[in-house]
Ligand binder design. Structure first.
Ligand code: MG
Length: 241
């Protein structure tokens, strides 16, 4: 243990999945670019994206997060923005884009394959992800990492209450938990509000739904790292040695 009290009592490390362990948002971004190009005759890029975001927000309660809902929202946006003019062949391409996103191979981010087994030697690891259940389960299975996690939790939203429920299930106190993720809104602030610790690993792209939450990052309960391979040195708490 070093002199820095950060995460000193941690025994469980929680990991987000999308854009923390594996790439995800890059494919949403390229699908959005294609949608914007498709609608160029009807709306500016910014307007088309704003409409997509409005439609996703409107449908969130029914669809939740994930690629299937996103695909339906792209189609709805294309119909609305084109005022019903969009070609059936383009709707077919949007559907195909969604299927390709669902079937894409899981590409781990740099440092993940080396660092997680190291941490699993000293800590209990928990995967805490959100989104579509079938797709998340499939990605976890294909990631090759499933065996490293004591528990896998797939949530519809990551709130302080859902983290507190996880602490109860794992029979730990909040200060024994550090969450590692790319999203301030999902992986940082709800955990800190629940009295846990957080490590932010920013991804170059941030989902439209996760932006606008940025706060002062100088919280004593938060560290920001560029790569997940910095974790073993950072988290040298009770679980490590
Ligand atoms: Mg994420």
């Amino acid at each position: 243990m070093n002199d820095d009290p950060f995460a000193a009592d941690v025994t469980v490390i929680g990991f987000d999945g999308d854009d923390t362990l594996w790439h995800s948002e890059d494919k949403f971004a390229s699908a959005q670019e294609w949608l914007v190009d498709l609608l160029a005759a009807y709306a500016t890029d910014a307007d088309a994206l704003a409409r997509l975001q409005q439609i996703e927000t409107r449908n969130r309660e029914l669809y939740g997060y994930g690629i299937k809902g996103f695909t339906l929202c792209m189609i709805e946006t294309a119909i609305e923005v084109s005022k019903g003019d969009v070609a059936v062949s383009d709707v077919e391409r949007l559907l195909a884009t969604g299927r390709e996103m669902l079937a894409r191979p899981v590409e781990l981010l740099a440092g993940v394959a080396e660092t997680l087994p190291l941490l699993a030697d000293s800590y209990r690891l928990a995967l805490v992800t959100k989104g579509d259940l079938v797709n998340q389960e499939s990605k976890i299975a294909r990631s090759g990492l499933a065996g490293l996690f004591e528990t896998v939790t797939i949530l519809s939203e990551k709130t302080s209450d859902s983290y507190l429920e996880l602490f109860r299930r794992l029979k730990i106190e909040p200060e024994q938990f550090v969450m590692v993720g790319n999203s301030e809104a999902s992986d940082v602030w709800p955990v800190i509000a629940a009295q846990g610790w957080a490590v932010l690993v920013p991804y170059p792209l941030t989902s439209m739904h996760e932006t606008g939450f940025s706060r002062d990052l100088s919280s004593p309960r938060l560290r920001t790292v560029a790569c997940i391979d910095e974790l073993p040195a950072l988290v040298s708490g009770a679980g490590g040695s």
